[in-house]
Design a protein around this ligand. Sequence first.
Ligand code: SF4
Length: 427
Amino acid sequence: MSTALPVVALPTTGGCADVPVLKERGQREVFCGLTGIVWLHRRLQDAFFLVVGSRTCAHLIQSAAGVMIFAEPRFGTAILTDRDLAGMADANEELDRVCTTLLERRPEISTLFLVGSCPSEVIKLDLAKAAERLNARLLPRVRVLNYSGSGIETTFTQGEDNALKAMVPYLPASDERQLLVVGCVADVVEDQFRRYFEALGIGPVRFFPARRAADLPPVGPGTRLLLAQPFNGETVRALQARGAQLLPSPYPFGGEGTTQWLAAAAAAWNVNAEHFRQVTAPLQARAERGLSRYRERLAGKRLFFMPDSQLEIPLARFLHRELGMQLTEVGTPYLDRTMVGAELPLLPETTVLSEGQDVEKQLDRVRAVHPDLVVCGLGLANPLERDGIATKWSIELVFTPIHGYDQAADLAEIFARPLERRERLAV
Ligand code: SF4
């Protein structure tokens, strides 16, 4: 068996690995962690997410997940009223009553997440205690977990990290050698990845989270972690504390990225080099064919990432290396080297890497470099469009399947579309 995999060896030093990072701690323009419920509830088909929050929280979730008005959704908000906030009502009693009614009406729910918000934190409603109290009554039929999605503590994708971390203590212990793919992916992506791992002879493979929240994968010293999302740092550390080992790798965005990601697992499983090439080369070639027409449109275009989803660094790598885009600034809310250490050497060292945000200063930098495209949150898009700069809402990147070979062209399309629209408007 050979472990020398015939993929292009990528640099592990240089690039942006050692460049100074511009750190900012000012006003931020980013969604709170409640937003994660929108994709988490689609993935976890037996879970319910109950936000314990205000009408503002309810509006955020309703508008972010507007499509769900046609189905009975698996999320809701227990609204804290003035009486709760003033301490005049027993919010714990109310919460227990709401949960009981909900679970009676929805017998298919096996996991109930109580999701904290700014108001529940401000009145110091102890959701961990509430979960404990409810579990004493409801287990084993329903498990109640809690995490914070509040805007005081979390940004955007950190909601997923907190939800997964809340599940880690309940994963069964096992020494079995297994690959655990960490991070929410679309079901279609899981199916594709499973096929690739099977073709490579890598297994058993489990996904965390699985499609059902009640299907908790085991974890232990035989577990090797392959990360599908770059924003689950706390979950990864909790899994490492349970004995799992991380396989450092770029993320599976684009053809090259997906091959490198599979190669990290293949190396750990001693997959024969020629076999690896036979399985992955046609898949990568197909992805490259799909990307070629976007490369013509995107190469040389200047790109600026505002810090938002924590997907910025892996996506910047994909857009630069596979589509020839020029990176001006790549901002990220948090720069976690455990999570993106394999990506940083792949960014050109001329890239400005920034962590955190001082939004006015950052907007000044955007205007100064006047990029062709800015990837940002919804709140910043309109002012930038008004200034003649094309924008892409980062939220689309977490609502759309973007991982793997077959989605590579769709991912490129997400960035090509706003540029084309602007070009058409300019005619
Ligand atoms: S959790 Fe906080 S930031 Fe998020 S919607 Fe509710 S009030 Fe707003």
